[in-house]
Design a protein around this ligand. Structure first.
Ligand code: SF4
Length: 330
């Protein structure tokens, strides 16, 4: 007979310090290292051996000597780490940690669109943001992150047309800064798409002298009023380089503020609110639900059970070549 809610045993509260102690012991036992993305919760960033954006972590994964990598991030990031370091065991604390942006570009649809464009006579080079599945990466010529996109796009011969997938906002921004015309895939990130211009301007008015930091995955209307636009690593370096205490309005995933506070505690950081509801409240939907799946308990459990593990898939071979030349070379 199924258990009634009231019959279920109460959830056991675990002391986070005990969980952290066990994580440290299991790391030693399995020769493991923890990589944590800046969008994971502060307690995950604090136990990580390396923190960073997707470009830095992909590179860190290839450089660490450990046999096991616990990737606290989302699926495409752990997949990229496995592809670049096939000999290592790569664990993802929660296999359901996906990415709305990666999901907006299924490989079959991309392959059909590429065929259609070539059939119409377009001589295309496909440039993919790293927030894509390995199956999509295997269909692309270059992989970029917000940290290296400009430099890679400059390598595409001027006589080629660029098909940029999957983030339309990042693609539009890159098209403007590089002067290259691009065919844009209509994808977007559920977190960055949701910022409200109206609310941002209101916060800005109530904080005279504040500086708006925005990730290029934000829509154009947010980027147009922003003072500093960049990927997470660039934004982190920017706040670290400002000595005078400043109020920064942060238009990216709120967990990023933890990384800012660590490197530049002299500043005040205010979250840019999301879309305002009819009753005047703003949503908290700019927290990435996928990144939030990484918890201390799941990190401990995956080290205890050595799963979920990212295992090699046949299409990883195609993705490996393009990832290597885009992320590790040049
Ligand atoms: S913040 Fe957006 S792009 Fe990043 S993992 Fe979450 S859904 Fe994907």
């Amino acid at each position: 007979m199924p258990l009634n809610v009231l019959d279920r045993p109460p959830e056991v509260h675990e002391d986070p310090l005990d969980v952290i102690d066990e994580i440290e012991r299991l790391k030693r036992e399995h020769d493991a290292v923890i990589l944590g993305h800046y969008y994971t919760d502060g307690d995950i960033q604090d136990i990580a051996d390396f923190t960073g954006d997707s470009l830095k972590l992909a590179r860190d994964a290839t450089r660490v000597p450990n046999k096991t990598i616990v990737f606290c991030g989302v699926h495409f990031m752990a997949e990229s780490a496995k592809i670049l370091s096939p000999e290592k065991r790569v664990l993802l604390p929660d296999l359901l940690a996906g990415c709305s942006l990666a999901e907006s570009c299924p490989p079959e649809k991309l392959a059909a669109f590429q065929r259609e464009l070539r059939g119409q006579g377009h001589d295309i080079v496909t440039v993919a943001y790293i927030n894509t599945s390995a199956a999509v990466k295997s269909l692309c010529d270059w992989i970029v992150t917000s940290g290296n996109a400009r430099e890679i796009i400059d390598r595409v011969p001027a006589d080629k047309e660029i098909l940029f997938v999957p983030d339309q906002h990042l693609g539009r921004y890159l098209s403007e800064v590089t002067g290259r015309k691009m065919i844009l895939w209509p994808g977007s990130c559920m977190v960055h798409d949701i910022f409200s211009l109206q609310d941002l301007l209101r916060v800005k008015r109530s904080n005279p002298g504040s500086v708006i930091l925005a990730h290029p995955e934000c829509p154009r209307n947010i980027l147009e009023v922003s003072d500093v636009i960049g990927g997470t690593e660039k934004l982190r370096k920017h706040v670290a380089g400002v000595v005078t205490p400043t109020t920064f309005l942060v238009a990216t995933e709120p967990a990023m503020i933890h990384a800012f506070q660590k490197v530049a505690p002299q500043h005040t950081y205010l979250m840019v609110p999301g879309i305002m509801a009819s009753d005047g409240t703003t949503c908290a939907c700019n927290r990435c639900p996928h990144m939030a799946r990484n918890t201390l308990g799941k990190v401990r459990d995956c080290l205890r059970e050595l799963r979920p593990e990212i295992t090699w898939q046949p299409y990883y071979d195609g993705a490996r070549a393009v990832l290597q030349r885009s992320i590790l070379e040049g």
